[in-house]
Write a protein that binds this ligand. Structure first.
Ligand SMILES: *Cc1c(COP(=O)(O)O)cnc(C)c1O
Length: 332
């Protein structure tokens, strides 16, 4: 498969001893994919190396993708396009704000052309806009929602190869890996990589975005993506529902809505370890991990690896929700 180098790998693995002590829980490691190197980092860089590789090999000259207003995936795609000298079109949910912030600000800096689509935040209008781009004589490559197809997921199969080498060097054995799961490519790639590289850790995806009525159930989507990715690699592996674990009790008030769970996780990790998690994905998944530790779902002998998938540029656009307050409600 074609791969276009975009990020810096391997990303570091760090230990979180103070967080672990504070929670009285298992050992906690963190895989720092918030440090993948391209444009403030994130997990989409791994997928984009294969997606952009495929785009360039196929002679495409424009990237198009879509997502929510504060989509990290769109920001990383816009940066990848700029890094490869291609124009980028982003199809974003919401309305154009007066002052762009967070990821949206960065999209503008990368020169992306933004198409606003109101209620539609999963790139539903991409085919229409891609047709317009084609009609104007360009050859667009459609990067799927979240970069999640069998091409993108290969980035996370490779991430397991990278992880295994690092854990060997660190003389660490990981018993569980916890991460946010939303468009499915990260989880599908990790599931394939775990089997391909003969690993035995448990993979615990934390569902971020509740499926809507009529959507395909998310675990089925991840399962089918894992199987198509394995097929793509001619790995001779077939997965079943028992390979896919997704925790569906941490949706809170919905996608992108910061509640107590996320606020507490963001502050706790920042205060104990000097590390930032994001309001939408890693804040929620870390909140879930904290909750699972407090419910004593892990033993003291476990070593849990939290896969930090990035997203921190969105912190700034949530300043109103996550500004630190003391117990009297004063902003500190
Ligand atoms: C996209 C994203 C995820 C989810 O990864 P999927 O492969 O879409 O499931 C998690 N965290 C962050 C910060 C993301 O941007």
């Amino acid at each position: 498969m074609h791969r276009q180098q975009l990020g810096f790998f391997p990303t570091p693995i760090v230990k979180l001893p103070r967080l672990s002590k504070k929670l009285g829980g298992p050992r906690i490691l963190m895989k720092r994919d918030d440090q993948t190197g391209l444009a403030l980092g994130g997990n989409k860089v791994r997928k984009l190396e294969y997606l952009v590789g495929e785009a360039l090999a196929g002679g495409c000259d424009t990237l198009i993708t879509g997502g929510a207003e504060q989509s990290n995936h769109c920001r990383q795609t816009a940066a990848a396009a700029a890094a490869c000298g291609m124009p980028c079109h982003l199809v974003l949910g919401g309305e154009r704000p007066d002052v762009p912030n967070g990821n949206l600000l960065l999209n503008g800096l990368f020169g992306a052309k933004i198409h606003w689509t109101g209620e539609l935040r999963k790139g539903e209008k991409i085919p229409e806009i891609a047709a317009q781009i084609r009609a104007s004589g360009s050859k667009p490559y459609v990067v799927p929602y979240g970069g999640s197809n069998s091409t993108g997921a290969v980035g996370f199969v490779e991430a397991v190869r990278e992880l295994v080498i690092q854990l060997e060097e660190l003389k660490e054995t990981v018993t569980q890996i916890v991460f946010p799961s939303s468009s499915g490519g990260t989880q599908a790639g990790l599931v394939v990589g775990r089997s391909l590289f003969d690993q035995h850790f448990q993979l615990i995806g934390v569902g971020i975005d509740k499926a809507e009525a009529g959507d395909r159930p998310f675990d089925e989507l991840v399962l089918s993506l894992a199987n198509s990715t394995a097929e793509r690699l001619e790995a001779g592996l077939t997965f079943t529902h028992s390979d896919i674990t997704i925790r569906n009790e941490y949706f809170g008030d919905g996608y992108g809505i910061v509640g107590e769970l996320e606020q507490r996780a963001i502050r706790l990790v920042a205060e104990t370890e000097g590390i930032l998690v994001d309001p939408v994905y890693t804040g929620r998944a870390m909140g879930a991990l904290i909750d699972m530790i407090e419910r004593q779902e892990f033993s003291q002998d476990d070593t849990v690896l939290f896969w930090h998938t990035g997203g921190t540029p969105a912190l700034f656009s949530y300043a109103g929700e996550i500004a630190r307050r003391d117990v009297t409600g004063e902003t500190l």
